[in-house]
Design a protein around this ligand. Sequence first.
Ligand SMILES: C[S@@+](CC[C@H](N)C(=O)[O-])C[C@H]1O[C@@H](n2cnc3c(N)ncnc32)[C@H](O)[C@@H]1O
Length: 256
Amino acid sequence: MSIDHAHYDEKLAGVYDQMYPVTADTEQAVALIADLAPPGGRVLELGVGTGRIALPLAERGFEVHGIDGSEAMLAKLKEQDAKGAVSTVLGDFTERSTGLRFDVITVVMNTFFSAITQEQQLGCLRNAADQLAPGGRFILEAFDPAVYHTMEKQELSMQPLGENGVLLNTLTVDRSQQIMLGTHTILDGGPPETKRHLLRYAFPFELDLLAKLSGLRLVERWEDWTRQPYTFRSTRHVSVYEADTGESAGSTPCTG
Ligand SMILES: C[S@@+](CC[C@H](N)C(=O)[O-])C[C@H]1O[C@@H](n2cnc3c(N)ncnc32)[C@H](O)[C@@H]1O
């Protein structure tokens, strides 16, 4: 099953920045990523989208690269990047490497779960491990699935899109597959069109195992971008991995 990038079409790209405006959380994400990279270091964002995170990172003097599977989202990024500060590649981050090495690689806001099979998620993590420079960090932000995993009924939510539009969202969970089916319908006076979007969620302990199988080792987990501790109450996590060189205490082979 390949990734379906049709979801992020021109229409969604056109309203994306209204759906996810820059907030304090965005600024905190940029600050933490910047803190984990050396000054002027090289950063790669997987699923870079319209540049919500990548553009402010470039403004801070990092060499920022982004990969995304949606032409429409990358076109929107270009529109907002007059100086061409962010280098972009059109492609699937579960399959494609940039061929470069990075001090920080990041995938934010549940974008990792767009890889809708375990194999695709492993592909993403292996690619990240291969593209890390020595001492580099891979930072993954995702929701904690606990609350969704027990969801029985379809949920409906609405979001204003400026003064003249509304976004209708539905969410259905199939916990037997760890799959969420979301729909987005933009109501803006034009013919309404419903787009489907799948996510494969994974609990943090599965992520850590997939990461380990991909040559990565968890070094930090916080509940947000301000480094609050991750606890049983946390509804999301910001997890930091490094290359697993096999030098940690736990890696001693069993001789029993
Ligand atoms: C929720 S948006 C996040 C955009 C941006 N990172 C942000 O924080 O605003 C997810 C983005 O990831 C891209 N994407 C999802 N899965 C992908 C994949 N396997 N390969 C490349 N891009 C992908 C989508 O096209 C979309 O632009």
